[in-house]
Design a protein around this ligand. Sequence first.
Ligand SMILES: *Cc1c(COP(=O)(O)O)cnc(C)c1O
Length: 377
Amino acid sequence: MEFVDLKAQYSALKKEIDAGVMGVMAHGRYIMGPEVAQLEEALCRSTGSKYCVTCANGTDALQMALMVWGIGPGDAVFVPSFTFMSTAEVVSLVGATPVFVDIEADTFNIDPNCLEAAIERVISEGKLSAKAIIPVDLFGQCADYDRIIPIARKHGLYVLEDGAQGFGGTINGRKACTFGDISTTSFFPAKPLGCYGDGGAVFTDNEEWYELLKSIRIHGKGTMKYDNVRVGLNARLDTMQAAILLPKLRAFDEYELAARQKWADMYSSLLGGELTVPTLPEGFTSSWAQYTIMLDPSHDREAIQAELKAQGIPTMVYYWRGLHQQPSYAHLGYEAGSLPVCEEACRRVLSLPMHPYLDEESVKTVAAALLKACGRE
Ligand SMILES: *Cc1c(COP(=O)(O)O)cnc(C)c1O
């Protein structure tokens, strides 16, 4: 059994993907070929965003947004600690300081109460200038934008939605990657919408920022690549990856998202009475980038993972350590216990195999083996 079965997806879409790749080989426009603009249009249609700029990966996408806003040394950017390294890394890369915020135990997303407290603390200390918030749509579920955006507006902060895992999720019908002033996603192969290498995209409704993003993506270009009006990046999406993503986006919208929901529902109905399974607030849908349960404090997670592995069932721990406790951020001086909900989640989370090409038997096998390993037969 695979944790994310990319080969099953390829065999389902082989004809279209192969034709797309061969088409690029035939026209030879490997950089910024026509498929890139076609994909950007398709991504705008899929999300409802006004503008889309594809780029090299989800990390560059976040950095490009911070560059658009001129965020740099002396600025504070608020990020959840329970996330992948990129969310904070980009803040450091532009010279600003990440301020780590605790999460909600039930959604794993940034806790708006802790966020407001952190903003007020930074303002009253007066050392850093509070500039932006990067809420993460963790495991496929959007952060609580109805509460986050008013906090951002009250303090004059930008909102950068990190939708690397959130693509396809919704709140009251509105799609992920439309909640931030700028929003981003990643097409890393194992993400809900993945390509066959690295890729990413930036979304916004703001035309001025859209123009800046296109310039930053190609070395700060002005009228053309050799007219450099600012310092930018080399952050283009390969044409080949755009050609691969076009049929994959169609499959994602037509049936893959619904399949993910079906398997998540099945896991929840099999495990729900016995273990702490994911819950979605009223009006939210998830793209189930991960299906993540919380084990009981008494469970031995390593032993459970080993028992499942022995039966050929892969599981993962996202995330085993909060970013505030990573050695790379030791200099910021966060003490153990400073973000207790995040630290507790790091000890207890377990992610199960999740992808659209699961089948009923596999889901039942995983659930039965897990219940047995947890002593809940
Ligand atoms: C994967 C991921 C990223 C970075 O995406 P890449 O394409 O790998 O650079 C950023 N944020 C989160 C939350 C992610 O999961």
